[in-house]
Design a protein around this ligand. Structure first.
Ligand SMILES: Cc1cc2nc3c(=O)[nH]c(=O)nc-3n(C[C@H](O)[C@H](O)[C@H](O)COP(=O)(O)OP(=O)(O)OC[C@H]3O[C@@H](n4cnc5c(N)ncnc54)[C@H](O)[C@@H]3O)c2cc1C
Ligand code: SF4
Length: 333
């Protein structure tokens, strides 16, 4: 590991000042330190932001949650209000990593954790994300767990976070402290698709510090479901974050009602959490039936461009959307 300077910031302004050329912020270190050991990240300086005064979860008068960037994943998932008002967020976090890792991992670090593409983590291999211009061996190589939507010739990586998929469905926004002041970034604009610059995972600027995530109230039942290769300690092959509200009677066979409101996002399918706007458009105002759910999922996945070995993700995502909406429908009216 290359030698580096370690500093701990007392406040956001101090953190920004310490963030000089070649520096990286340090949250819980559960991703960054691993990547430093592998030689993938080589910061000259680590600015520890895990003890900044962003360790609280605040509930505003209208029910909006303001979650500090230094809140641990465990504390967020265990928070009684979060579990009651935004259950899919707690569920998503609890499907990720392990208890020990969630105890260390922070909200800011979880959002900005890097892809698990095996070539990215292997410095003996080329990789456009790690070393721009060297190529993307995953495209013709090992890609069974990589993207089916929104990828580019330069990169087919997926974003690994479960929490971020829930936040995408929840219409969250991210508070950022930058050199030009504070701003709030809508969640859909926070992460990015790879395009020609796969080295950039997010739209953050150099030195930008994530200070909090805002999550508006969610007046409907919600659920997070994740399909993975083993029952724990594994990243999503495909996951779905869903919330739905229906109106009208539900007849005994379970059919009936009309979709009044819906939120849908997929994980494990793209370089960023994938908000399913096309599916939502099909669903809003339509009968809450299995046929509608299927049509919505297919509308979303029409844009899928699977690679040689990950075509299985298309029916997997479709079925996961349909099953999850069917389950939610039972409690959604
Ligand atoms: C074995 C294992 C299994 C895992 N399984 C899963 C899983 O199934 N699902 C899942 O979602 N995750 C999983 N994870 C990943 C884990 O959730 C992340 O490692 C963790 O959330 C990262 O948080 P951290 O605070 O430790 O970030 P760090 O490692 O400290 O930082 C990660 C990145 O964020 C940047 N950063 C940190 N804080 C800020 C800030 N406030 N502002 C700006 N930049 C910041 C850092 O510079 C770095 O680039 C797994 C990890 C391991 C090791
Ligand atoms: S998919 Fe992206 S991260 Fe993986 S090898 Fe290609 S460029 Fe690198």
């Amino acid at each position: 590991m290359r030698p580096f300077v370690y500093e701990r910031a007392a406040d956001a302004a101090g953190a920004l000042e310490m963030h000089q050329d070649g520096a990286l912020y340090l949250g819980g270190g559960t991703n960054l330190v691993d990547l430093m050991r592998l030689g993938v990240e080589e910061p000259t300086r680590l600015v520890d932001v895990s003890r900044l005064p962003f360790g609280e979860i605040e509930v505003l008068g209208d029910g909006t949650l303001v979650i500090g960037a230094a809140v641990s994943n465990s504390d967020l998932a265990a928070d009684r209000t979060v579990r009651e008002t935004h259950p899919l967020l707690a569920q998503a976090i609890l499907t990720g990593a392990s208890g020990q890792i969630r105890n260390r991992a922070t909200v800011g670090g979880n959002l900005l954790q890097r892809t698990r593409c095996s070539y990215f983590q292997d410095t003996s291999k080329p990789c456009n994300k790690r070393d721009p211009g060297t190529g993307c061996p995953a495209r013709e190589g090992e890609h069974h767990n990589l993207a089916i939507l929104g990828h580019s010739p330069a990169c087919v990586a997926t974003h690994p976070s479960d929490m971020a998929v829930a936040l995408a469905a929840l219409d969250a926004s991210v508070r950022v402290q930058g050199r030009e002041g504070e701003r709030t970034v809508p969640f859909e604009e926070f992460h990015r698709l790879p395009g020609n610059e796969p080295e950039r995972d997010s739209n953050l600027r150099d030195g930008d510090l994530v200070t909090a995530v805002e999550v508006p109230p969610l007046p409907m039942p919600s659920r997070y479901r994740k399909v993975r290769e083993r029952a724990s300690f594994a990243f999503a092959l495909v996951s779905v974050a869903a919330a739905i509200r229906t109106v009208g009677a539900t007849v005994p066979d379970g059919e009936g009602g009309v979709v009044r409101d819906v939120r849908l996002a997929l994980g494990g399918v793209a370089h960023k959490p994938w908000r399913c706007r096309r599916a939502e458009d099909v669903l809003r105002g339509a009968p809450a039936t299995e046929e509608t759910f299927m049509r919505a999922a297919e509308a979303e996945l029409e844009a899928a461009a699977p690679l040689r070995d990950n075509g299985y993700k298309v029916p997997l995502a479709r079925n996961l959307i349909v099953r999850t909406l069917m389950e939610l429908r039972e409690v959604a009216s």
